[in-house]
Design a protein around this ligand. Sequence first.
Ligand SMILES: [Zn+2]
Length: 167
Amino acid sequence: MTSTPPPSSLDPEIAARLKRSADGLVPAIAQQYDTGEVLMLGWMDDEALHRTLTTGRCTYWSRSRREYWVKGDTSGHVQHVKSVALDCDADTLLVQVDQVGAACHTGARTCFEADVLTVTGPGAPEPGPSGTPEPGPSAAPEPGPSAGPVSGPVTGRSGSGTAADGQ
Ligand SMILES: [Zn+2]
């Protein structure tokens, strides 16, 4: 074994189950515990996980600075740890936190709102479960502002009635 994790105070029972990357790290997804927002992704080694589990503050390993990084120590944007879970094959952590302020260093609430890519594949707009033939809102054209009878050809407004995508 060449990739022995560095000495850490992490519970050996947990350490034995962790599946780390070649550099000894596990990706940790931070999620706002009450709204379900996916906030950011960081990396933890055994000691960072130990500190996250025991200090109440989310602690990551900074791959660029090669040091532990307690989220919010410099920004004030603290993550109070609510729960930590391992995924089914023990190679990813889900940390539910109460995020103070912005999770992203850019000042955005989450790291995933500034660069949304376009999805063109089938099923992108409608999240409905496949197999159930729901009648759904058929492609009937909207009658526009629904006051009074519509007279003459309706121009413009070729909307397909898709819901606004909110935030
Ligand atoms: Zn970010």
